[in-house]
Design a protein around this ligand. Structure first.
Ligand code: HEM
Length: 415
């Protein structure tokens, strides 16, 4: 039965975790414990590791971890199928972020299956459509220039703190209709929520975010404006206003989905650019190809995953999965599938066009994908005008942390 987002209840699905909770239908020869987002090999070079999985693991295997056991789908066509069949691979209960069971809410729209999910997307999709985000281009450019003014003359910066984080946060605050003086606080909360090494810091960040977003929703309810928070607060699909929990779950999920993903993608891309000056020259020499260039960079440096749960038994490539099993579409690996993208680790701006999986596909394809593409494109164009030659600062140690969004923590640069 479909969940009722206006009256959320904590799910009571069982979640298998660890070697002693492997369901009996899982064949032992498909069981692995590879530390997909935590292991030493992953942390040493996450994208090379994901690309290598096609040579070291079967296309579908059952990964066992203290964080949760799940089938891992590595192949591009298997992921396309799973993501396009929500009646088999459901999103209900598939999102890992914990919540207070006594004040439960759903993350909207990610935890809602079609067809109900459409009513939420319809509220904000027009703002995030290619046409909708085009209107933001000049504003994003001004934000990028403003940030560059602060450090382009310095000859060095730590990319993440100077540009990679503040740019998407400024843009996010503009879109949401929230004040720019919250920029550094939002960065801090997002980093603590998604990267803190301990659960206390995460819980504190979540409490601060909750308190702030609830008061912002109350303020926009009383004083409507053009921003996304106001649009969600005043939405009444089919004439029925959204409940408080729906409004909060929607606004809160935008915060989780729209910040760290962009930081991480930009960090990955700028690190690669800093290590490949000849490719930077190529990008500068091909201004008319910037959209294809950004798309290829997004393929190679995709940062996150799609988790689903089996709503019914299903056999894929001869592997029998059962209702209640969890799966992960390992999107960064799917984007390196040699059958979909020949010579997958080569970054080739002239690749034939094909669906990349950085933003997933199907009903839950990323609502912010056009915005993210635009932020990266404009961020890159403005950066290269001011800083066309740059390198990683000698001696800098590039470190990755375990987690579901893959990117270097810091990228110290010089020029
Ligand atoms: C490079 C940056 C980004 C990447 C790589 C990314 C990636 C993704 C992926 C993979 C999903 C699907 C998750 C799943 O299948 O479980 C997703 C969903 C989503 N993303 Fe993004 N995202 C990015 C930026 C953004 C931004 C800027 C926003 C909004 C401001 C945003 C809002 C959303 C929303 C609302 C969903 C859920 C869509 C739905 O359930 O219908 N994302 N994103």
């Amino acid at each position: 039965m479909a969940i009722d987002a206006a009256n959320p209840v904590p799910p009571n699905f069982t979640r298998c975790a660890g070697a002693d909770q492997i369901p009996p239908h899982v064949p032992p020869e498909l069981v692995r414990s590879v530390g997909l987002t935590t292991g030493a090999e992953f942390l040493a070079a996450p994208h090379a590791y994901k690309a290598g999985l096609h040579h070291t693991q079967p296309p579908i295997f059952y990964d066992v971890s203290p964080h949760g056991n799940a089938w891992q789908l590595l192949r591009h066509d298997d992921a396309l199928f799973a993501l396009r069949h929500p009646e088999i691979f459901t999103n209900e209960g598939a999102t890992p972020f914990p919540r207070d069971p006594d004040d439960y809410f759903y993350f909207i729209p990610i935890e809602i299956d079609p067809p109900h999910h459409r009513k939420y997307r319809n509220i904000v999709d027009p703002l995030f459509s290619p046409h909708g985000v085009m209107k933001l281009e000049a504003q994003i450019r001004e934000r990028a220039k403003g940030l560059l003014d602060d450090f382009a003359g310095d000859g060095a910066c730590e990319f993440t703190t100077a540009y990679g984080r503040p740019l998407p946060v400024c843009v996010f605050l503009d879109i949401m209709g929230l004040p720019q003086d919250m920029r550094d606080t939002f960065v801090e909360w997002a980093v603590d929520l998604l990267h803190a090494p301990d659960r206390e810091t995460m819980a504190r960040a979540m409490a601060s975010i909750t308190a702030y977003l609830k008061s912002a929703i109350a303020e926009k309810t009383a004083h409507p404006d053009e921003g996304v928070v106001s649009r969600i607060a005043h939405a009444a699909p089919d004439g029925v206003p959204l409940s408080e929990k729906e409004i909060f779950g929607f606004v809160c999920f935008l915060f989780i989905a729209g910040l760290d993903t962009v930081f991480a993608t930009m960090n990955n891309i700028w690190l690669w650019l800093a290590q490949n000056p000849a490719r930077v020259e190529e990008i500068i020499a091909r201004p008319g190809d910037i959209n294809a260039i950004v798309e290829e960079l997004l393929r190679a440096w995709s940062v996150t995953f799609s988790g689903r749960m089996l709503a019914q038994d299903y056999t894929m490539r001869g592997v029998e999965m059962k209702a209640g099993d969890r799966i992960t579409c390992v999107l960064p690996a799917c984007n390196f599938d040699p059958e979909a993208f020949p010579n997958p680790t080569a970054i080739d701006f002239d690749r034939p066009r094909k669906t990349i999986l950085a933003f997933t596909v199907g009903a839950h394809s990323c609502m912010g994908a056009h915005l993210a593409r635009l932020e990266i494109k404009v961020g890159l164009e403005e950066w290269l005008k001011r800083i066309p030659r740059f390198a990683v600062r000698p001696g800098a140690h590039i470190e990755y942390r375990p987690g579901g969004v893959v990117g270097p923590e810091f990228v110290p640069l010089m020029w």
